[in-house]
Ligand binder design. Structure first.
Ligand code: ZN
Length: 86
């Protein structure tokens, strides 16, 4: 079997086929949503410049801090009084 025409790494899914299983899924997504839309989504979601990467890292740090803070507040609240749903 030959190699996939798209990724050029994996073997073709079927004898006489052109794509591997994963690339066929990509192709199917492109057929459903349109290749322009799929490319647009990939560019928006997967490609980040350095400042965007730093913002993402900072957001993760802040997010973890907020979660940690809210957890400690919950612990204090549950120790001093019962939660309303209980
Ligand atoms: Zn492939």
């Amino acid at each position: 079997m030959g190699k996939c025409y798209l990724c050029e790494k994996k073997p073709n899914e079927t004898w006489g086929g052109y794509w591997c299983a994963e690339c066929r899924q990509l192709k199917n997504l492109g057929n459903v949503y349109g290749f322009e839309r799929v490319l647009e989504i990939l560019k928006k979601c997967c490609i980040r410049d350095e400042s965007q990467l730093e913002s993402k890292i900072e957001n993760q740090k802040i997010g973890k801090k907020v979660i940690a803070d809210s957890k400690s507040e919950n612990e204090i609240r549950t120790r001093s009084k019962k939660p309303e749903y209980a």
